[in-house]
Design a binder for this molecule. Sequence first.
Ligand code: ADP
Ligand code: ASP
Ligand code: MG
Length: 404
Amino acid sequence: MRILVQKFGGTSVKSKASRQHAISHIKDALADDYKVVAVVSAMGRYPDPYATDSLLSLINGNQSKISNREKDLLLACGETISATVFSHDLLEHQIDSVAISGGEAGIITTNNFSNAQIKTIDTQHIYHLLTKHQVVIVAGFQGKTENNEVTTIGRGGSDTSATALAAALQAEFVDIFTDVNGIMTADPRVVSNAKKLEAISYTEICNLAYQGAKVIHPRAVEIAMQANIPIRVRSTILKDKGTLITNIPETDYSERIHDKLVTGIAYVNHITQIRIQEVKKPQQLHVLVFKAMAEAGISVDFINISPNGVVYTIFERDETLAKKVLNDLKVNPTYTEDCAKISLVGAGMSGLPGVTSKIVQTLTNKQIPILQSADSHRTIWVLIQNKNLETALNALHVAFQLEK
Ligand code: ADP
Ligand code: ASP
Ligand code: MG
């Protein structure tokens, strides 16, 4: 049996009209003799009535006092509604399909509700359904614990449902259908000149996704990489093949290195920078601060430790708690609020000089102060004020000739 997994995101199943486009891709796959596992997200985006954030708004959003287990029970309904409505539309097109929940698809997860991880997938039932139907529609973003409690697997998690099912079913590849034409050099909502990439390696897109490019969930990429299953990120409304995510051999980079140091740019905002200076007992300060942050469950990033003190960043949502913790420690922090972290990712920059210098030059020309920077083998990060984000992204995009 040749199996193809096709995942349709929220905007791809939002309306009858968008579902028609989705169905045309399913028809193409059936015409090519594939059995199709279609993974669907909740329909639309807030304020569409059955979108994940709309369901969340019924219970006061993330401030809700109900347990994460109950929250998952509610949020999983979005994908369940979507799967059934999609099955209905497929039947109208004389396509024989069946809709099932993530749990029914055999997806067993850990029990950390709202951010559960897939442990195993028992494929027996889904294989059985595939022998009887042309298409099996699986509600994305959800699974169940070993005790049969409904779980969700983190925001954007339908991508992960799709690649995990593909790995378990040994599918030939995974199509991720969405509202853009593929993976672009930057978020096209912010950089209007962003260009579609024909192909990208698992590692590069994984880096971009972890650094904020929400076009695909990073965990989804890791699972596909381990199983060596190619992914295509494609537009639902076009017939374009989109971007291929695969293991690009290093030899292919040799050509790209000369013209492209950077493959793509991503960003994360709603970040606060914390700076603590302590000249007397710096080591004690390092230990105290990071221990206190860990005990309070605050995740820290962009850490610079020096004999003069520490600088690091946290998410804005943790700022009130961090202020309380640092107040109790009686240290003297300064806070820079409303920052954004830009990441420039590229296998081509490895070992080549001049990338950082170009970034600094570009941002300085635009009079954008760099609050912090760091680099690794294939990524360079800079922290700036969020008010400069759009100018910085567009200027860096031009400087690295990504629109060409
Ligand atoms: P879906 O509901 O289909 O899963 P998402 O909203 O999760 O869609 O992801 C698609 C969005 O990702 C696009 O609308 C785009 O704004 C955003 N995005 C961010 N970075 C990139 C990038 N590098 N390439 C393409 N899209 C990107
Ligand atoms: N509907 C879920 C979300 O909005 C999962 C997904 O779309 O992938 O996060
Ligand atoms: Mg998504």
